[in-house]
Design a protein around this ligand. Structure first.
Ligand code: AMP
Length: 607
């Protein structure tokens, strides 16, 4: 049922928004959850301005800690100024894109800040992403340069198709000759891109989302108006800079002058060592995906803020971690709307929601659009739904990106003119693809996806992209990839019909996919089928595949027999982690069994 007739408002030329507000009072209110109006959070600034204001205000405050190394805000500022100088000398300036691929640590954050100080945008890559994918993204974004560690330089230089100039960290970070007059950014504006993040694309190629300096600078102020991270906080820095939740850690800290404690790689993925390290280092703020927090082997009493986001938050986690002494939040949002658009404060025993819109953001639910009704990128008229009804969640406000780089068709489908806009900031809306409804007239409830996008350990994955790469492998015909729960573990399962008489070896498939896709997108299981189950319409019947018994599910046929008490424990733990898969001594945990860092952490903790 629809309470309010669809009535698009007259499109206004820019500048007329204010005068249009008067009649609004006599119209029925549209069912939109608006965050508080806070024009003071929208400033004429870029990320570098925000950092530099803090460095000038608290120069002696510790900004970064990594192992034994401490850097004050003034030291970080100086180091990043040197990087910016060298980048400007190399021809980088406002409006340019610069790839960033470096292991975690202080150098990475100095390089990132150095790019920010030129007014250019960074395009970050995860440590373990294949060079093939890096080349595709750099080319797609027409990146001018790639900043990397010496270790990776050779691998990238050997990769064909990288035309960006390669600059190594040691060149950029080394001292400048005495008396060098530092070159500073020129002409950087809030409209320039601040960063580009590539996410999985359903058609087989990742898609780039460009976020402006205006959107991200506003986001930092808007979200922190609710989170309340302070100068005296010590914030855990655990996210890869290729994931936009890293802005909550790094740049909200820079905004307020907090200290970032950067975890060494071996601690960041270890559920026993990490909480211990957070306690020992007096960390007070943790931003995390629920999957990571769920693995923590003990409480961290000193945490005064826990901010969860990136995927559905289980109620049990809140009941375990929410205490009267700490604030716990659930923040929600897609990369396309600049990190987060809504926030809920979580309390033990109360239902988990994604809460209310952040200041200056708006949330609304529209009737789900049948994908077949979108022809040549033209989307049928939107129908807003009353509170309580389930539909597709849309986001408005200054965080909504311009669209996907070089993908006008996809941009036109997902980023639409907003018929219910009250001002210029709300002129467009982003269709998230998430199903949602408003509960009690105030709280948004996220109910899953309306499409094939999934989240695996917080990583966003379009199943279509894996299917396309799998279909390119020799000996593979039709493909379908699903996220299935095996035991209590989410796993990607790839089904395929062999194109020849002999199905390809799983090892070869895994290696072929690992060349093109990040490790979290390589399925744990590969299942050959004689034919794909299909609906009458001819589409693949995913429901059947969801419950299809997996071929190796027979009691782990082909497993080696444990021969010592230690092996008995090890085999039992591996069988639990990889249900139905044969466990043999010669198999590799990662490349053969499909293990990943969280599995490694889990098995370490079990053993
Ligand atoms: P990303 O662009 O990687 O941040 O992924 C965005 C998607 O992750 C959203 O569209 C949701 O499907 C999901 N997501 C993010 N945060 C939450 C949350 N707090 N609760 C439920 N789903 C979430």
């Amino acid at each position: 049922m629809q309470l309010f007739a669809f009535q698009p408002r007259r499109r206004l030329p820019l500048g007329e928004w204010a005068t249009d507000r008067a009649p609004f009072f006599c119209m029925p209110d549209f069912p939109i959850l608006h965050g508080p109006d806070r024009p003071d959070l929208l400033r004429h600034e870029i990320l570098a301005d925000i950092f530099e204001a803090t460095a000038a205000r608290v120069p002696h405050k510790t900004a970064l800690i990594f192992g034994e190394r401490h850097l004050t805000y003034a030291e970080l500022n100086d180091a990043a100024d040197r990087v910016a100088h060298r980048l400007i000398e190399a021809g980088v300036g406002a409006g340019d894109m610069v790839g960033l691929w470096h292991p975690r640590g202080i150098e990475l954050l100095v390089l990132q800040l150095g790019i920010a100080k030129t007014g250019a945008a960074w395009l970050p890559f995860d440590a373990d992403v294949p060079t093939d994918r890096i080349a595709v993204c750099l080319d797609d974004a027409s990146a001018k340069a790639l900043l990397i560690s010496e270790l990776s330089a050779q691998a990238v230089q050997a990769q064909s198709g990288v035309s960006a100039q390669i600059l190594t960290a040691s060149e950029l970070l080394s001292a400048l000759p005495e008396g060098t007059a530092l070159r500073r950014r020129e002409g950087a504006l809030p409209e320039h891109t601040a960063y580009v993040i590539y996410t999985s694309g359903s058609t087989g190629k990742p898609k780039g989302i460009a976020i402006t300096q205006r959107s991200i600078s506003h986001f930092l102020r808007s979200e922190n108006a609710r989170l309340g991270v302070r100068e005296d906080d010590k914030v855990y820095q655990g996210f890869s800079v290729a994931f936009d939740m890293s802005f909550e850690e790094i740049w909200i800290s820079y905004l307020v002058g907090a200290t970032l404690w950067i975890a060494p790689k071996e601690i960041a993925g270890d559920p026993e060592a990490l909480p211990r390290a957070l306690i020992e280092n007096d960390v007070t703020v943790l931003h995390a995906v629920p999957t990571l927090l769920a693995l923590f082997a003990q409480d961290v009493p000193g945490l005064r803020i826990i901010n969860l986001g990136g995927e559905m938050c289980p109620q049990a986690l809140v009941d375990k971690w929410a205490t009267p002494a700490r604030q716990m939040f659930n923040t929600y949002g897609p990369t396309e709307a600049t990190v987060s658009a809504s926030l809920a404060e979580l309390k033990a025993g109360e239902p988990v929601t994604i809460g209310e819109a952040l200041p200056n953001y708006g949330l609304l639910v529209i009737e789900v659009i049948d994908p077949d009704s979108i022809v040549n990128g033209v989307v049928p008229p939107l129908k807003i739904l009353p509170f309580g009804e389930t539909g597709e969640l849309c986001i408005t406000g200054p965080g909504v990106a311009a669209g996907y780089l070089g993908r006008p068709d996809l941009t036109a489908e997902k980023f639409l003119p907003n018929p219910w806009a009250r001002n210029e900031q709300e002129a467009r809306l982003y269709r998230t693809g998430d199903l949602a409804r408003v509960e009690n007239g105030t709280q948004m409830q996220c109910l899953g996806r309306a499409d094939d996008q999934v989240k695996i350990r917080g990583f966003r994955v379009e199943l279509g992209e894996i299917e396309a790469v799998l279909a390119e492998q020799p000996g593979v015909g039709t493909t379908a990839v699903l996220l299935r729960k095996e035991g209590d573990i989410d796993q990607l399962v790839a089904f395929y019909v062999p194109s020849g008489a002999t199905p390809p070896e799983v090892k070869a498939l895994r290696a072929g996919l690992a060349e093109k896709l990040p490790p979290y997108m390589v399925p744990a299981r590969f299942e050959a089928l004689p034919a794909m189950p299909r609906l009458q319409s001819g589409k693949i019947d995913r429901k059947v595949l969801k419950s299809q018994p997996l071929s190796a599910a027979a009691p782990a046929e082909g497993s080696d027999t444990p021969e010592t008490p230690a092996e008995e424990v090890l085999f039992a733990a591996l069988e639990k982690l990889f249900p139905g898969q044969p466990i043999r001594r010669e198999l590799d945990f990662f490349s053969d069994l499909g293990g990943h860092s969280l599995f490694a952490a889990r098995i370490t903790s079990t053993l």
